[in-house]
Design a protein around this ligand. Structure first.
Ligand code: ARG
Length: 583
């Protein structure tokens, strides 16, 4: 079934055409004009008719009245979503029909279950998503939260819409940071300590070498630029295949991949490919050659670049003076490989907004190379993250490890749970789901492009518009359903406004999911979840469910709880939030 706004828009267009022969108001245009008024006393949807005045050559008041008359005749019959209609001061106000809500929406949710709300238009499409992609041997920190949860949410949304997705963790497993690590290890490290300390030991070495190269005034460490040359030399040896360095590299990669995997497991994020930067080493020369043949490469101060001044961008750097490749070179080679391997319709990259220029540049280069799939490349940027006054900040030289943040959140949730539900059987599992979920939910509460300042206390509160609050609501639906048992078949009916209000929220799932996909904004789903939770809790507090005497009313309310459980659970899955039946 169509999303409800589209159904109503079609009816509006039909009535406009009947009332005003030659009306050019299409259903698509009407979708764009229909509003959800903040106060729904007059209607659940409203069409302001002022803009139509010009083309239909009538006053807004006359237009609203004429369409209302037409719609009124359709109201409440033949499964129409339109209930009451009124025309007030040039606004057409439409109430959604209760009959439709209980007779069409509710049964549709219960029948389609996990598929209810699925956006359309992506069946059979192939979508590649490049996200998370941390640089290995460096700490996995708070800055990686955005790419990981936004990327994963987009993947879930595309899959919900029927697309076939390939999630790629394009890890930074090549580059001078490995030269630095090799120097640090050879200088200060020993196998046993690193084996014992794992990633912590590596991060310590990483911080130490960076401090040593750039100096650290606070700690009285002078800068030693010669170490940077040593690091470059070690990396060069690695590139030439030096066995000792290769073995160290493999070891570092393994250690940090294993540590990162633990974080990904906590988030429930999985990948279909882990091909990182090193994989593309032998795939770059062909693309560099192609650029040269096309006459796109220019030599500038010894380096090879693609001039983009015509497109108001600085040049895209392809080769350094010493002939070594760069970040864009690798991205171009990787995109060509992905097109050949997956034949994607879209390839989506989720990174911080700081990399927007990088992506704009190499996307342009790919276009100039004549690859006709260049318009399938999409960059999804997000803003910066900071944490207010957290002690975690200094632990590893000014970076906040995601692992530490999660651990802190889980501990705090455990303390709250010990008070609220001391007998919880699955305490550890629940605390992890709620603690990690709280961070994710808070992070995804606003538009991705906004910079956010993390307030841990706010994120973990069970009362506000938070992860714990919505997870608690979900658990509440589970508990009602568990106690309800079998519900005898009977005709369902609406008997309280809270019931229709809840269904009115639930039936917007598809519209919200479609918009989230169009704008690459998982936070539309977060907001939707909050709307569902609020409507359900109002219903739960004001309507008797299990204790209700009237059999049909009781059955309807249990079914409504089940529908909420299905939709909430499905929406949780779209934003890395785990479903817990008890917390
Ligand atoms: N490793 C990079 C970083 O941490 C992000 C990679 C993003 N993906 C890409 N294809 N460039 O900054």
């Amino acid at each position: 079934m169509q999303n409800i706004k589209k159904l109503i828009a079609e009816a509006v267009a039909r009535c406009a055409a009947a009332a005003f022969p030659g009306s050019e108001l299409t259903a698509e245009a009407a979708v764009g004009m229909l509003e959800y008024p903040p106060d729904s006393t007059l209607g659940d949807l409203a069409l302001p008719c002022f803009k139509l005045s010009k083309t239909l050559r009538r006053s807004p008041v006359q237009i609203a009245q004429a369409i209302a008359d037409g719609l009124g005749a359709e109201a409440d019959n033949n499964g129409s979503p339109i209930g009451a209609v009124s025309a007030v001061n040039g606004y057409l106000n439409i109430k959604i029909s209760d009959k439709y809500l209980v007779g069409a929406v509710l049964p549709e949710i219960l029948e389609k279950r996990e598929k209810y709300g699925a956006p359309q238009g992506y069946e059979g499409k192939k979508i590649v998503l490049d996200y998370c992609s941390p640089n290995l041997a460096k700490p996995f920190h708070i800055g990686h939260l955005g790419t990981t949860v936004i990327g994963h949410s987009l993947k879930m949304l595309f899959e919900f819409a029927g697309a076939e997705c390939v999630g790629i963790n394009y890890v930074g497993d090549w580059g001078t940071q490995f030269g630095k690590m090799i120097v640090a290890y050879k200088k200060w490290g020993d196998r046993e300590a690193v084996e014992r300390g794992g990633m912590d030991a590596l991060v310590e070495l990483y911080v130490k070498i960076n401090n040593a190269i750039s100096g650290n005034e606070e700690q009285g460490i002078p800068a030693d630029p010669a170490l940077a040359d040593e690091a470059r030399a070690e990396f060069h040896k690695l590139e030439l295949g030096d066995e000792e360095n290769l073995a160290l590299w493999r070891w570092f990669v393994e250690l940090s991949s294993n540590a990162n995997q633990k974080i990904l497991d906590m988030l429930g994020v999985t990948f279909d490919s882990h091909k990182g930067e090193s994989f593309y080493t032998d795939k770059m020369p062909a693309q560099v050659e192609k650029l040269r043949e096309l006459g796109l490469l220019k030599v500038d101060d010894g380096a090879s670049i693609v001039d983009l001044s015509e497109y108001d961008m600085p040049p895209c750097l392809i080769l350094k003076r010493d002939g070594s490749t760069l970040y864009p070179t690798r991205d171009i080679a990787a995109a060509v490989y992905r097109k050949q391997t997956y034949d994607f319709d879209k390839c989506v990259y989720v990174t911080s907004a700081g990399q927007s220029l990088h992506f704009a540049q190499w996307f342009k280069v790919v276009e100039l190379m004549g690859y006709d799939w260049a318009d399938g490349l999409v960059h999804v940027p997000y803003g910066t993250v900071s944490i207010n006054g957290s002690k975690l900040a200094t632990r590893t030289g000014n970076v906040i490890l995601l692992r530490d943040l999660f651990a802190l959140a889980v501990d705090k949730v455990k303390a709250i749970m010990d008070e609220k539900s001391p007998d919880l059987a699955n305490r550890d599992e629940a605390a992890e789901a709620v603690g990690v979920g709280a961070i994710v939910f808070y992070y995804l509460s606003g538009s991705r492009i906004r910079d956010i300042n993390f307030m841990l206390e706010d994120a973990l509160s069970f009362d506000g518009n938070t992860g714990p609050y919505v997870q608690y609501t979900y658990a509440r639906t589970c508990s009602v359903l568990e106690k309800a048992g079998e519900v005898p078949a009977c005709e369902l009916k609406i008997s309280a406004p809270e019931e229709s209000d809840l269904l009115k929220v639930l039936c917007r799932f598809r519209e919200r999911a479609e918009a989230a996909l169009n704008d690459y904004e998982p936070f539309y789903i977060t907001r939707f979840i909050l709307d569902v939770a609020a409507a359900f809790n109002r219903f739960y507090h004001n309507c008797r469910i299990l204790g209700e005497q009237d059999e049909a009313v009781r059955a309807t309310r249990i079914k409504l709880t089940e529908a909420t459980n299905i939709v909430l659970g499905r929406a949780f899955g779209l934003i890395c939030l785990k479903k817990m039946s008890k917390i």
